[in-house]
Write a protein that binds this ligand. Structure first.
Ligand SMILES: *Cc1c(COP(=O)(O)O)cnc(C)c1O
Length: 390
């Protein structure tokens, strides 16, 4: 008989009763170091006092208002994002896929607005993940996600992970935008090389194509910058973000320049829940904390420490562990063969991680993780790999 929960996931029986910082506790009181963060969501860890206080205050006021009214906290959060990024305007959503959907719509609307409706195609990269709605699935072009859900949405072309010539050759008069994750998350913490990105930027300018980043996973401090693309000191046209923004509350955002969003007039897009007062309270608390004194500097330092310990482990397990990659606190352990069963083993030993493509185990600790937790987690990883026979 089918489960009352539609079985699109096959979850472990494990459930948690309490969370505190980088730790989760099951019903037997057993503790787990949480290096999954609900897949890069609980950026401030569990039970963060600032987040709790902000939400408690918001709960005592008005829970929900339609965007037909001015919503408390929305302008605050939008202003902070604008002040600290390339963006001049922000649309609030409830999820990553919705943020990417909004991005796709802005791209199409921009060229329509310019009376160039023939420019609508978006180039994406092999290994991409942009969400599970029909448009974002069509953008990601992952066969395993698309199978059975045709017909797919037209308007997306895909090229190899980084091959500048293939990218050049795929640009046509119909190309409107290039969309990429600064570091592919689901694809296996695959980092685009810096010089490739500069070439992409140049190509996009030369061909009048929009440069768009999917920062749903890399955004909001995860890689040590507020947005991962900021390390390149270049200005994109549109950026989608979500996961870490609400610290566990569902909230996303689509950021744009004023020029590119010029067609997004009243009535062109909308969301019942997007920008809801509770979501804005959570988003403001997260952003204030992340933009606080030395917070991002700490993320960079902790990321370097994590990489340092992991590289030592890699050295001890040559032949199994091939590469440590990623940036900030978005790190991948790349194995030379299937990692099947490894996430379960790590979990049984008290460490929560996330699988990814390309034989990679993802480590996404909360941004407030401490070095002692990193050392503990690395000891577990070391032991588990030692006893793990492929
Ligand atoms: C998770 C993710 C999404 C989809 O986010 P949802 O909130 O699950 O819709 C889109 N893009 C990237 C890069 C992601 O990591």
């Amino acid at each position: 008989m089918i489960s009352s929960i539609m079985p699109t996931y096959a979850p472990s029986d494990l459930t948690f009763e309490k969370g505190e910082g980088a730790y989760l506790y099951d019903s037997n009181g057993k503790s787990y170091i949480d290096f999954s963060s609900g897949i890069a969501v609980t950026s401030l860890g569990h039970n963060h006092p600032v987040l709790i206080k902000a939400l408690r205050n918001a709960v005592d006021k008005v829970w929900h208002l339609s965007n037909l009214y001015t919503i408390d906290g929305q302008k605050d959060l939008a202003d902070k994002i604008v002040k600290n990024s390339f963006a001049e305007t922000v649309f609030f959503t409830n999820s990553g896929a919705e943020s990417v959907e909004c991005l796709i719509k802005i791209v199409r609307k921009y060229f329509n607005h310019l009376k160039k409706p023939e420019k609508y195609r978006i180039i994406t990269f092999e290994g991409a993940f942009h969400g599970r709605t029909l448009a974002t699935l069509s953008a990601g072009k992952q066969k395993k996600h698309l199978d059975g859900f045709g017909p797919h949405l037209d308007g997306f072309d895909q090229v190899s992970f980084f091959d500048i010539n293939e990218l050049k050759n795929s640009i046509s008069d119909n190309t409107a935008a290039i969309l990429l994750e600064p570091i592919q998350g689901e694809g296996g913490i695959r980092v685009f090389p810096d010089d490739f990105i500069y070439q992409v930027k140049e190509l996009s300018e030369k061909n009048n194509i929009l440069l768009c980043f999917d920062e749903v996973q890399t955004g909001i401090g995860r890689t040590g910058n507020l947005f991962a693309h900021q390390r390149w000191d270049l200005s994109p046209d549109i950026v989608a973000t979500a996961k870490g923004l609400g610290g566990g509350f569902p909230v996303g955002a689509c950021l744009s320049t004023a020029k590119v969003a010029a067609g997004m007039m009243p009535g062109t897009h909308g969301s019942t829940f997007g920008g809801n007062p509770l979501a804005m309270a959570a988003g403001n608390a997260v952003i204030d904390t992340i933009l606080g004194d030395k917070f991002l500097e700490k993320v960079v330092n902790l990321g370097e420490k994590l990489k340092y310990y992991l590289n030592k482990i890699k050295f001890r397990h040559k032949g199994k562990l091939e590469e440590i990659r990623g940036r900030g606190l978005m790190i991948g352990l790349k194995f030379n063969d299937s990692t099947e069963g490894l996430v379960d083993l790590l979990r049984n030993n008290g460490l929560l991680t996330v699988p990814a493509g390309d034989n990679v185990i993802r480590l996404l600790p909360p941004l407030v993780v401490e070095e002692k937790d990193i050392i503990k987690a690395c000891n577990i990883i070391d032991e588990v790999i030692k006893n793990w026979n492929i």
